[in-house]
Design a protein around this ligand. Structure first.
Ligand code: GDP
Ligand code: MG
Length: 173
């Protein structure tokens, strides 16, 4: 995280990580947010990847460097290097697979700065396995923001990322 004066304007750079079980849609949330792209047959990400997104808050340029796991979540091998320097996180589960919701607690244990709980794939409402109320109440009890998203049809993707980035900004400015 950094803030610097540059030609009179202040700049911020925040590291944000996306975590959650394999195949919940982390990579697609990021590609939807950063490039407006969705891939129905995305393979596990190879190598650590991040995308930088800028937004303007209070007439200041705020950059978020958003990191996606390298498919390591399969092997419970997300390393401390991945979290190092992170000031915010999106913890993602798949609303159509309860096991991914049951894992949220384990991810929370690894990461104390978590800010946003994301129930992804809300387009799959017809095969929903976790209710909105369950997501909401877990978020409430853990002190997290909550949102259901769909990387497929874009529902709330931008809102979810920008809520985290704005909250970080509010905490540091
Ligand atoms: P990751 O392992 O968490 O990074 O998950 P991926 O982004 O690779 O997505 C896993 C699978 O879920 C892929 O087949 C995606 O096309 C699919 N997927 C991701 N997001 C959504 C969504 O919002 N809705 C639906 N229906 N499928 C999704
Ligand atoms: Mg991935």
């Amino acid at each position: 995280m950094s803030s610097s004066e540059d030609e009179g304007g202040e700049e911020y750079l925040f590291k944000v990580v996306i975590i959650g079980d394999s195949a919940v849609g982390k990579s697609n949330l990021l590609s939807r947010y950063a490039r407006n792209e969705f891939n129905l047959h995305s393979k596990a990400t190879i190598g650590v990847e991040f995308q930088t997104q800028s937004l303007e808050i209070d007439s200041k340029e705020v950059k978020a460097q958003i990191w996606d796991t390298a498919g390591q979540e399969r092997f419970r091998a997300v390393t401390s290097a991945y979290y190092r320097g992170a000031v915010g996180a999106l913890i993602v589960y798949d609303i159509s697979r309860r096991t991914t919701f049951d894992s949220v607690g384990r991810w929370l244990d690894e990461l104390k700065m978590a800010m946003m709980l994301v129930g992804n794939k809300c387009d799959l409402d017809n095969i929903r396995d976790v209710s909105i109320d369950e997501g909401k109440s877990l978020a409430e009890s853990e002190g997290l923001f909550f949102m259901e998203t769909s990387a497929l049809d874009s529902t709330n993707v931008k809102t979810a990322f920008e809520m985290v980035i704005r909250e970080i900004y509010n905490n540091v400015s």
